[in-house]
Ligand binder design. Structure first.
Ligand SMILES: Cc1ncc(COP(=O)(O)O)c(C=O)c1O
Length: 444
């Protein structure tokens, strides 16, 4: 076994980590909550020991190109020296300062984060700990600001698994069999491949209008939308949809809340924020995952006048704005800018796209799609009927793993492989991925 040494000085009086696979599995089963069983990847989950750049190593020392990046949390690469240094120096100074005191980190982070946002609004930032928390906060502030209650979301969406966010999510797999939070309604998602209105974008916009007219009071607090539905199977909103949906929602009194948890920070290549590709400026934006390169951090970025609407009551959370998390966030912003990561996402993302196009000639591949470094490949039993083929997706995922590549599997039918490597990935990595994909698909 090739487990990493415990770094000097760390955990000196804590028993060393036990890297035995079977014992780790047994301890997990015995001591972690059973619900964790519902979220594992591969027939035999990986036991991961370390990461560097776009690669991870398992406990046996096998190296993998990580095209899932811990569900897109690793934005600028594992073990990035500048991110590490920022966190480490803040850790040595003071590990936590609650927002009831002053510390320069959160405000500077907020200043630097809003500098990446389009001009036109006076943006403010509310740092929190997780994506679902930011989603629930967005809904709360939208309701307070508009005075309306009903919230629109899309079928097939994923916004997290806390109570409100879980209700917003449009996937049965992600919703517990209990009454959801009140006031959420779902419109058809514009999936041009297998959606209810085929490739007619107008059909989905008409549906949004009909949902407002039939399932709300006619006035809404807002609409939550991912520019590319990630966990739902990499389904990009078609050109014009976000912009026109915003007009419909605003006409009903609501705000446009864009969930950039997966799509943000340059990952989709052409623009820093994915919503910019549709020429729309949202009223609030939910951020998480890549924002901290794996450090727990999330944020709601929102128009100041909207945020002012909830300043009449106490609202805080203990760890939001933790200075180590903000140090991580500041370093990530710097690294993305200094190391040209958005351009890299566009250029290397194009190479990943070509590799997928090559695989798309196989009869079991129904569609390949996505932008930049957020891409998906959908498997079908038959191209004519488009019957989902989760078995082929699983086989290709396992086949890629054998060849040293990690990808995710998602979508309502679990028949879509997700390819979202860290943004530091190289052209050589894309070539390695392409060869592995050719072989894994060829073996079907
Ligand atoms: C688009 C999107 N929104 C929200 C969330 C929820 O984030 P968290 O798991 O941090 O609550 C996720 C998590 O996967 C996500 O992909």
């Amino acid at each position: 076994m090739n487990a990493p040494d415990t770094p000097p000085g760390l955990a000196a009086d804590v028993p060393p980590l036990d890297w035995d696979y079977a014992r780790t599995a047994a301890r997990r089963e015995r001591f972690l909550a059973p619900s964790l069983r519902t979220f594992t990847a591969f027939e035999r989950p990986l036991l991961l020991a370390r990461g560097k750049g776009a690669h991870v190593w398992d406990a046996d020392g096998k190296r993998y190109l990580d095209c899932l990046a811990q569900n897109l949390c690793i934005s600028v690469g594992y073990d990035h020296p500048r991110v590490n240094a920022a966190i480490e120096s803040q850790m040595r100074a003071i590990q936590h300062v609650t927002t009831m005191y002053y510390h320069p980190g959160p405000a500077q982070f907020a200043e630097e984060l809003v500098a990446t946002f389009p001009a036109g609004h006076d943006w403010v930032v509310h740092p929190v700990n997780s994506g679902a928390e930011a989603v629930d906060l967005a809904v709360l502030v939208a309701r307070l600001h508009t005075g309306n209650f009903d919230v629109l979301a899309l079928r097939n969406s994923y916004h997290g698994l806390h109570f409100g966010a879980m209700t917003a999510s449009g996937l049965a797999l992600c919703r517990q069999p209990i009454a959801g939070a009140p006031g959420y309604v779902h419109a058809h998602n514009p999936d041009l491949y297998r959606g209810a209105y085929g490739d007619r974008v107008d059909g989905y916009l008409d549906d949004l209008r009909r949902v407002i007219d039939s399932s709300t009071s006619g006035a809404v607090a807002g609409m939550l939308v991912e520019p590319i539905q990630g966990y739902g199977g990499v389904i990009p909103m078609p050109p014009g949809y976000l912009r026109r949906a915003a007009e419909i929602v605003r006409a009903a009194g609501g705000l446009l809340v864009v969930d950039e948890v997966q799509t943000g920070f340059g990952r989709t290549g052409e623009t820093y924020w994915c919503f910019e590709q549709d020429g729309v400026v949202p009223d609030a934006v939910v951020l998480s995952k890549g924002i901290g390169n794996g450090f727990p951090l999330a944020a709601l970025v929102v128009r100041r006048d909207v945020a002012e609407s909830m300043a009449q009551r106490k609202f805080f959370n203990t760890y939001g704005a933790n200075p180590m998390a903000c140090a991580a966030g500041r370093a990530v912003l710097r690294v993305i800018a200094d190391e040209g990561m958005q351009r890299n996402a566009l250029e290397v993302g194009t190479l990943f796209g070509r590799a997928l196009e090559r695989a798309a000639t196989h009869p079991r591949v129904g569609q390949v799609r996505g932008r930049g470094l957020m891409r998906g490949i959908e498997f079908v039993r038959d191209r004519a009927t488009r019957e989902p083929d989760d078995g082929s997706a699983a086989r290709v995922q396992e086949g890629l793993r054998e060849r040293g590549v990690i990808v995710g599997r998602s979508g309502q039918y679990r028949n879509v492989l997700r390819i979202n490597p860290p943004m530091c990935v190289t052209a050589d990595d894309a070539a390695f991925f392409g060869d592995a994909l050719d072989a894994a698909v060829g073996a079907l």
